[in-house]
Design a protein around this ligand. Sequence first.
Ligand SMILES: Cc1ncc(COP(=O)(O)O)c(C=O)c1O
Length: 276
Amino acid sequence: MMQGVSHICAPYCYRCELGLEYPSCDIACARQLEKEIENQGPETVAAFIGEPVMGAGGCIPPVPEYWPMIRSICDKYGVLLIADEVINGFGRTGKWFACEHWDLEPDIMTMAKNISGCYVPLGATIVKGELAEKLPLFMHVFTFSGHAVACAASLAAIGVMEKENMVEHAAEVGQYMLEGLKTLDKHPIVGEVRGLGMIMAVELVKDKKTKEVFTAREAIPDMVAKRMLDYGVFVRSGGGNGSVVEIAPVYTFTKKDADTVVEALDKSLTDAEKTM
Ligand SMILES: Cc1ncc(COP(=O)(O)O)c(C=O)c1O
């Protein structure tokens, strides 16, 4: 919404805004960045900001070519690349940072949430050395910035994650759970199951062929989420189009817990389908 910001379409293959199909699309969504930089005038573009795996947008892991292409377009035009790892960072996608999945080196990285295991509010920004050196010193005040208690809690949480190999665990259980969720494709209202590590989504549709989404009035994704709560599992319905059941378990999740979720979702989908 900020003035001077323009957008390109998301690498959302299931609902490609450009109406193309992977891989024949030649990753047109990434190439759109180059067109937009040219449109805007390269000398006016400071940075490109993106979330490596889109979280609140409905858990959208991009195709493998996407981020390397974005990086090389940014390099070509001298545009900074900012990776928003607020949701992705500190293990969520099964690596410490989602950027690692594509050996992506952003110039600036934002982070929060799991930096402290979510126990204490803390947010942080990392800036590449050569950029930091050129930044003028200026006063940018928040009452609680650099708070010692939050930093100590965060160091403790990171220590536990390292000691207990939680990120590797998240990768393993996430992959196992994703395979379980994929079996739910048998349901007529399951459009797509996707995920990476411990961030997963089941996108619901009225019709598998047309991919028509449920209306707010029909509220089937909400109903599925509510039914899951009855079965003892808390998930969120949402995503960009409101038709996505988003699942992001804690890193201590076991394969048995994963089975419980898949079973609860299976039953909740059946219950919802009966009402249609
Ligand atoms: C991807 C992403 N970026 C940024 C933010 C905002 O972070 P904060 O609330 O720490 O300012 C959020 C908040 O949910 C988020 O999900």
